[in-house]
Design a protein around this ligand. Structure first.
Ligand code: ZN
Length: 272
């Protein structure tokens, strides 16, 4: 199961994910939304920030989510909404302590970002705001988010950072969620369709594709579908995925007599 809606993930090149807490309450405010790309409320609900991730590809135009001093270019900002009134020394979590649900959801969200943007899980590329000074050498004036876990305040900041990366790594290796489909998109005739990757091949649901392109399904039986595409009839092998008939993108391209291309950076297959 993926948590981040596909349309929150623009195709662009990003270098790292920096994790924060808002030092606010449990709900995302409009001010918070201006500073982070993805916000996680107390119950694990995700809220999209006002800036697209693509706004942080370059920051020279001043239009971007400003979440980390001197380190916003190429950086995705993820935050948990919590920790208003928290104090570092001696540690006081305040009235809105980070919940375990928020922490675990953040690890899952970061894993999905790493998978989509092909970001490796290292202390330089997946880190807390409170680790930026240590690992990237950019001063952060005492920022310590989100490096203390209120349910385990004895852990050192190093341990918390390593724990976050271990959770991300575990979510990426997907031991208990093998059904997670790789997010990918098929582009055909200027329209986009979600793709399922199975055994190294890409499949697309044929009925929504046909309807969207103004084609007609003439028949669908026994692993074969016949589609009226403008003035010709395409005969394609079909496979059931999640109860819906899917055809291989490669077969579709071949039947249409068009070229097919895979762009790994944007995870897009283009026919045409
Ligand atoms: Zn921060």
């Amino acid at each position: 199961m993926t948590l981040i809606p596909r349309d929150w993930l623009p195709a662009c090149s990003m270098k790292r994910v920096i994790c924060h807490w808002t030092a606010g309450g449990y709900k995302a405010t409009s001010l918070d939304r201006a500073h982070y790309h993805i916000l996680i409320e107390d119950d694990g609900n995700l809220v999209r920030g006002t800036h697209s991730i693509a706004d942080n590809v370059s920051t020279g135009d001043g239009v971007y989510a400003a979440h980390t001093r001197g380190c916003n270019t190429g950086s995705i900002g993820v935050t948990v909404c919590c920790m208003a009134g928290a104090q570092a020394q001696p540690f006081q979590p305040g009235s809105y302590p980070m919940t375990q649900k928020q922490w675990e959801t953040m690890a899952q969200v970061v894993a999905e970002l790493c998978r989509f943007y092909e970001i490796p899980v290292t202390p330089q590329t997946v880190l807390g705001h409170g680790e930026v000074e240590t690992y990237l050498g950019i001063p952060q004036h005492g920022k310590w988010d989100p490096m203390v876990l209120p349910w385990s305040p004895g852990m050192s900041r190093t341990q918390v950072g390593n724990h976050l990366r271990a959770l991300v790594q575990k979510a990426l290796s997907g031991g208990d969620t093998p059904e997670t489909p790789s997010p990918a998109t098929l582009q055909v005739a200027g329209k986009s369709f979600p793709v399922v990757l199975l055994n190294e091949a890409a499949y697309v649901a044929i009925r929504p594709l046909a309807e969207s392109l103004g084609w007609t399904i003439k028949s669908a039986t026994g692993g074969q579908v016949k589609v009226q595409a403008e003035d010709r009839v395409l005969t394609l092998a079909s496979t059931l995925v999640g109860g819906k008939g899917h055809v291989a993108c490669r077969d579709l391209a071949q039947a249409l007599g068009l070229a097919i291309e895979w762009d790994a950076s944007t995870r897009t297959i283009t026919i045409g």
